[in-house]
Design a protein around this ligand. Structure first.
Ligand code: HEC
Length: 170
């Protein structure tokens, strides 16, 4: 009887542990798999990239809000990701007519292609501006003035995501 009680206590504990382990092992796949089940090709690809942008923006957000320690390397890594997928590369993820059931892309994108491209390019410019502010800060540390600068640049960056989503995401 005693051993039974012991093992029945052990099972949920190990179950919980493996559940946590499984969740930790499946970080980014979840959103794209579950949020838009059935998306494929370029739509799936751009969803994954957008999700990547969100994750990298989070690093920037948490840094400027002082929620995580300032780490220049990971900030630069986050900016690299945004820059890599901004501008023309971003526009290329939206070939004409690639809206549809599984996609939240507004067909207005192809009616106002110039505006869409400008917003894609704004992401390049605002991440460039963030990088410049980062390079200007005193070496190795983040004083109040530098933090304020980065916060402003972050707000501008976030606004670009929002502007494009407001106009072109359903
Ligand atoms: C030039 C326009 C544009 C810019 C800039 C842009 N997005 Fe998007 N984003 C879109 C469109 C359009 C969709 C919908 C894509 C689809 O469903 O096919 C989208 C979708 C998303 C999604 C949902 C992905 C999914 O799984 O369905 C996230 C998250 C996202 N964007 C984050 C960001 C972040 C963060 C930024 C800024 C760093 C950003 N986006 C900048 C146009 C843009």
């Amino acid at each position: 009887m005693k051993t039974q009680t012991k093992s029945s206590k052990k099972i949920p504990f190990f179950f919980l542990l493996s559940l946590i382990a499984a969740l930790l092992l499946l970080p980014s796949a979840q959103t794209s798999v579950f949020a838009h089940k059935g998306a494929h090709g370029i739509v799936k690809e751009r969803m994954a990239i957008m999700k990547g942008m969100k994750d990298h923006m989070k690093i920037i957000a948490q840094t400027v809000k002082g929620q995580i320690e300032f780490d220049e390397k990971s900030l630069n890594g986050a900016l690299d990701y945004l820059q890599k997928h901004a501008g023309k590369r971003l526009a290329k993820l939206f070939p004409k007519g690639s809206a549809g059931k599984k996609s939240d892309a507004d067909p207005a994108i192809w009616k106002d292609w110039d505006k869409f491209n400008k917003l894609a390019l704004s992401l390049t410019h605002s991440s460039d501006a963030f990088r410049v502010a980062l390079e200007k800060k005193p070496a190795g540390k983040l004083d109040k003035a530098a933090l304020l600068q980065l916060e402003n640049q972050y707000d501008a960056l976030k606004q670009v995501c929002k502007d494009c989503h407001d106009s072109f995401r359903l």
